[in-house]
Design a protein around this ligand. Structure first.
Ligand SMILES: *[C@@H]1O[C@H](CO)[C@@H](O)[C@H](O)[C@H]1NC(C)=O
Ligand SMILES: *[C@@H]1O[C@H](CO)[C@@H](O)[C@H](O)[C@H]1NC(C)=O
Ligand SMILES: *[C@@H]1O[C@H](CO)[C@@H](O)[C@H](O)[C@H]1NC(C)=O
Ligand SMILES: *[C@@H]1O[C@H](CO)[C@@H](O)[C@H](O)[C@H]1NC(C)=O
Ligand SMILES: *[C@@H]1O[C@H](CO)[C@@H](O)[C@H](O)[C@H]1NC(C)=O
Ligand SMILES: *[C@@H]1O[C@H](CO)[C@@H](O)[C@H](O)[C@H]1NC(C)=O
Ligand SMILES: *[C@@H]1O[C@H](CO)[C@@H](O)[C@H](O)[C@H]1NC(C)=O
Length: 447
């Protein structure tokens, strides 16, 4: 009897402590681990207004720095669906800012284009990301993409197609000159649907591993993509993956198998089907198919660059059609691939986290125009885009509608300044097939 009483009060006492621990102590510890650091570079507060103004007059002149400001467009209302849709407004090609000129003074360029005025949380500093961006044209749009995703502790690699106008490489070089963590390469003619796309990604992955940034995830991108999440949200999402990669992947169907049947000749401009039958692949793993883009864990990237099976697969895919939609996707299922798994991840089931993309056959119907069956979004898509769970939208083009890009920039900038760590709602993410099995025993989710 007595024993039971003691036991009972002990139980109550323990429960009180446990509850107090979860509701009092942990939140405090948590808050402490999230020390906010606001990165206002030294000069930001010190540059006199007239110095900025004089530089703007001389180096920006009348170039079109922001389409939404110039047209007095209220992005907030567009996003909240309160105003009728604005018409699409492309960039004014006769007033494009000259990247070489606006970067003459790096500090003023960084200040005016908003590179340094970002709130960076401890969570993000402890979890750097690396980005590889491939482009063929529109260096100004890539500069805008860079200023949206730029953080001083991350790493950025930009690959310019060797077939592009030389001035594109030079202007992005001028931009990169202003940052220690941005490199620009131009080594490969990135022929559509060819192995060259994989090669350009691999080059950037190599650069990323060479850098001193201890990044945790590498994201490959195209120059015409725009993120839907802030750096903080990207980090919070990547952390849920626990060193797995997010790669679209399903067993290769007949069409995909057909693409590896005949050898293709990668010429300077396009892929040409030859009459040479390829020898079947001899590796003891099955071909998978999926998006060329993904979110790759650091150890997986090392595996891709150094492992024998990866080299073998690369050699096999070299003369096949659309190998960029098979290489990473297959490697992620190979025995021994870090974080590797056989989970089927598809866009059609909305399991693929890395990209929001609308194909011509998808629902909702494309709020924009279709190009090569892919939707190029316009500002009508904004209310929908900000609700999507994926990291990055494919794609947007300022020569079609600059409003949607400028508004996404403003939206993400506001969110970045709020640095609301506790606002991240992971419920939806915990349901992804490649995330849920990692978290189902997690006590944290239950409280
Ligand atoms: C903020 O920017 C300054 C100047 O560029 C740099 O020295 C510092 O390391 C940055 N701090 C963070 C937290 O990134
Ligand atoms: C961003 O914040 C500014 C200043 O508070 C506000 O005027 C603007 O409407 C906000 N934009 C968006 C897209 O939320
Ligand atoms: C583009 O800018 C030029 C030069 O300022 C101007 O004359 C022209 O009307 C603008 N075009 C459009 C479509 O706004
Ligand atoms: C851009 O500016 C640079 C440096 O001021 C100049 O040499 C170059 O001709 C300009 N390019 C264009 C297309 O105006
Ligand atoms: C590939 O195409 C080029 C240009 O047409 C040709 O010169 C070359 O011989 C072809 N290579 C193969 C292996 O067919
Ligand atoms: C995926 O399945 C294949 C074939 O059953 C197997 O050989 C491979 O080890 C699996 N991969 C992983 C990462 O479990
Ligand atoms: C989080 O998201 C889930 C579904 O995605 C929703 O049911 C839930 O209400 C959200 N929680 C909060 C606090 O917003």
């Amino acid at each position: 009897m007595f024993k039971n009483k003691t036991f009972g009060s002990l139980l109550i006492l323990v429960s009180v402590y446990v509850v107090a621990f979860y509701y009092k102590v942990l939140p405090e510890l948590w808050k402490k681990s999230l020390r906010l650091t606001k990165n206002n570079s030294v000069l930001n507060n010190d540059i006199p207004y007239d110095v900025i103004d004089a530089y703007y007059q001389s180096n920006y002149g009348s170039c079109q720095h922001s389409v939404v400001t110039e047209n007095k467009i209220n992005c907030k209302k567009l996003i909240e669906n309160e105003t009728p849709v604005t018409q699409v407004i492309p960039v004014n090609v006769s007033r494009i800012c000259n990247l070489t000129k606006i970067t003459e003074n790096c500090q003023l360029f960084r200040h005016i284009n908003g590179y340094d005025d970002k709130v960076i949380t401890q969570l993000e500093e402890d979890f750097p990301l690396a980005f590889g961006i491939r482009l063929y044209n529109s260096p100004e749009q890539v500069e805008q993409l860079l200023r949206i995703i730029y953080r001083p502790h991350n790493f950025y690699c930009i690959h310019v197609d060797t077939g592009s106008d030389k001035s594109i490489f030079n202007s992005l070089k001028a931009v990169a000159r202003c940052f220690e963590n941005v490199v620009v390469l131009s080594k490969i003619r990135t022929v559509y649907s060819s192995i060259r796309l994989v090669e350009a990604d691999l080059l950037c992955m190599k650069e990323a591993l060479k850098s001193s940034v201890q990044w945790k995830y590498f994201l490959n991108m195209a120059g015409e993509e725009v993120p839907l999440k802030t750096n903080l949200e990207m980090v919070q999402i990547c952390q849920l993956l626990q060193e797995r990669s997010d790669i679209e992947s399903k067993p290769a169907n007949a069409l995909a198998r057909d693409r590896i049947k005949w050898a293709f000749n990668v010429t300077e401009f396009k892929m040409i089907k030859t009459s040479v039958l390829k020898k079947p692949f001899t590796g003891n793993f099955l071909l998978r198919k999926g998006s060329a883009y993904g979110t790759f864990a650091r150890k997986f990237v090392q595996f891709v660059l150094n492992n024998d099976k990866a080299n073998k697969l690369f050699e096999f895919l070299k003369d096949t059609y659309a190998p960029e939609e098979a290489f990473f996707n297959t490697l992620n299922t190979v025995n021994g691939a870090p974080g590797g798994n056989n989970i089927t991840i598809t866009h059609s089931k909305r399991d693929f986290l890395s990209r929001t993309v609308l194909w011509s056959w998808d629902r909702p119907k494309c709020p924009g125009v279709l190009r090569r069956y892919v939707c190029v979004f316009n500002n009508k898509a904004l209310p929908w885009l900000v609700k999507q769970p994926e990291l990055i939208a494919n794609k947007m083009d300022g020569d079609y509608d600059q409003v949607v890009i400028d508004c996404m920039e403003e939206y993400l900038r506001n969110k970045t300044l709020q640095a609301d760590i506790t606002g991240f709602n992971k419920t939806r993410y915990l349901q992804y097939p490649h995330i849920k099995d990692l978290h189902n025993r997690n006590l944290w989710d239950k409280i």
